[in-house]
Design a binder for this molecule. Structure first.
Ligand SMILES: Cc1cc2nc3c(=O)[nH]c(=O)nc-3n(C[C@H](O)[C@H](O)[C@H](O)COP(=O)(O)OP(=O)(O)OC[C@H]3O[C@@H](n4cnc5c(N)ncnc54)[C@H](O)[C@@H]3O)c2cc1C
Length: 461
């Protein structure tokens, strides 16, 4: 029989992006908050996701800069990669942010309950034999890496992103199973660090959730970079051999490598957490909610990767803030999930917000959509950086811009402006009249809107 513990306004199960954002905002609004975390606050994003992968990718970019320095008239050579120093840099970034987050949580007087939490009643979470009652409960247990039936991850030669981030050497040859965001980011980083990489993807294109134009540009760039990929190629099996793995695909082709990275997506972390027993409505392990992120049980909410939709840290933050405000009675406006920006940080980067051309055609009809693609060849700063790519705008005919799709070095940093354009329903003229700094890559966004408004400057009409 568990002890009865304290009561709180909000008990949050899981301290990742969704859970801790909810905790911080709820505490800011004067609510008493308990945050249950079995590992480290910060969750996947901080410890095994966004932050360490982007540090790895930044180190990869530095390697490329050294290797390619001659193109810019600078004499430098890439003498090698010191993985242990790279890992210290990466882990140092994570450690500093972790410390900062712990300070924030403490400063806001959130009670952190360390241990494995379990929902034992709609208003009660049990942790280490004690029960904590919440006037509201927020499920925020996140997601874990998935595998395929019969494909066993051993953490040694068959890895998920969790183990891939802890490698102490750069593999010579890697097969990456999955050409989605996580797969192409690792493929890109490892290639820059010197590995031979082959991506195997069952779908017909890389980054298949993006506009086909973006996939095409990434594929072209990857070919140039020597990253091999097989699309439309379902995986069949993997066999461990003396010094690596032998991966067989449905066509019978075989790929040998030191490692296989399994990057076939992430599934909800909802097993053995009591959700089923207590009667939380779920679909394939995901917790179902309404647009106010309420589950079917009174006063029980769910946020982040656990809720069907895009698995992104900033979506989790937005969910967490929304739920805290809803609990505090601020009646926040429901989140528009289609306005959430997306970035894939491979080289070249892929950034987008809003509808792809196909999705817009489906919504407005083929005659109801107009697109414009501005080539980065016309953008001074992109030429200085020697990057190729484009800005593609998708607009409703006589209506606002409903989608922005970009490929090129550093375009991830442009998605902030793109999201304002799409979420504020801007018309091409609205943006065309704004003056963009020269020479910047953001000018490419301005120029694309000038062209779509019928007055192209550095573009052929
Ligand atoms: C390799 C990789 C790269 C990524 N890169 C990006 C990126 O660049 N940008 C981006 O936006 N997103 C990225 N993501 C996705 C991002 O990390 C997730 O969307 C985000 O972490 C989801 O937050 P969450 O709070 O829903 O879940 P999580 O971050 O998974 O947090 C859930 C927390 O709950 C805890 N927990 C689970 N069960 C229990 C329990 N029973 N008791 C107590 N605690 C429990 C876990 O320990 C964890 O800390 C990446 C993910 C990966 C794997």
């Amino acid at each position: 029989m568990a002890d009865s513990g304290e009561s709180f306004d909000v008990v949050i199960l899981g301290g990742g992006s969704g859970g801790y954002a909810c905790a911080l905002r709820a505490a800011e609004l004067g609510l008493s908050v308990a945050l249950v975390e079995k590992d480290k606050v910060g969750g996947t994003c901080l410890h095994r996701g966004c932050i360490p992968t982007k540090a790895l990718l930044h180190a990869a970019e530095v390697a490329d800069a050294a290797r390619d320095a001659g193109q810019f008239g600078i004499k430098a050579t890439l003498d090698g990669v010191d993985m242990s120093a790279l890992n210290s840099y990466k882990d140092g970034v994570v450690a500093r942010l972790y410390k900062g987050l712990q300070g924030l949580i403490k400063g806001r007087k959130v009670t952190v309950l360390a241990g494995h939490g379990r929902l034992v009643a709609p208003d009660t979470v049990e942790v280490a034999g004690r029960r904590y009652v919440g006037r509201h409960v927020v499920l925020a247990s996140g997601s874990v890496a998935k595998s395929l039936p019969g494909l066993e991850v051993d953490g040694q030669r068959v890895l998920t992103s969790d183990e891939a981030l802890r490698l102490e050497t750069v593999p010579d040859r890697v097969v990456v199973l999955g050409g989605g965001v996580i797969g192409v980011e690792f493929a890109s980083a490892w290639r820059s660090l010197g590995a031979d990489v082959t991506i195997i993807e069952a779908l017909p294109r890389l980054v298949a959730a993006e506009d086909p134009a973006s996939s095409k540009a990434v594929e072209r760039a990857f070919r140039k970079r020597g990253i091999a990929f097989k699309t439309g190629t379902p995986f069949r099996s993997v066999e461990k051999i003396d010094d690596g793995v032998k991966v067989t695909v449905e066509s019978g082709d075989i790929f040998e490598a030191d490692l296989l990275l399994v990057a076939v997506g992430r599934g909800p972390a909802s097993q053995d957490l009591g959700y089923d027993d207590v009667g939380v409505a779920m679909d394939r392990g995901y917790v179902l909610t309404d647009e106010r992120l309420r589950t079917n049980l009174p006063n029980v909410y769910a946020v982040g990767d656990l809720v069907p939709g895009m698995q992104l840290a900033h979506r989790g933050f937005a969910h967490g803030i929304f739920v805290a405000e809803d609990i505090a009675g601020l009646s926040p406006t429901p989140i528009n999930e289609s306005g959430i920006p997306r970035v894939t940080y491979c080289d070249p980067e892929v950034a987008s917000v809003g509808l792809t051309e196909d999705a817009a055609n489906e919504r407005f009809g083929d005659d109801g959509v107009e697109t414009l693609t501005y080539d980065l060849a016309g953008n001074g700063k992109s030429q200085i950086l020697k990057t190729a790519g484009f800005v593609k705008l998708v607009r409703q005919v006589d209506g606002p811009v409903v989608g922005v799709h970009m490929v090129g070095a550093r375009v991830g940093e442009l998605v902030g402006e793109a999201e304002l354009i799409v979420n504020w329903d801007a018309f091409p003229d609205d943006v065309a009249s704004l003056i963009h700094m020269h020479p910047t890559q953001s000018e490419a966004l301005g120029e694309a809107h000038l062209a779509l408004a019928g007055k192209p400057l550095h573009a052929h009409s």
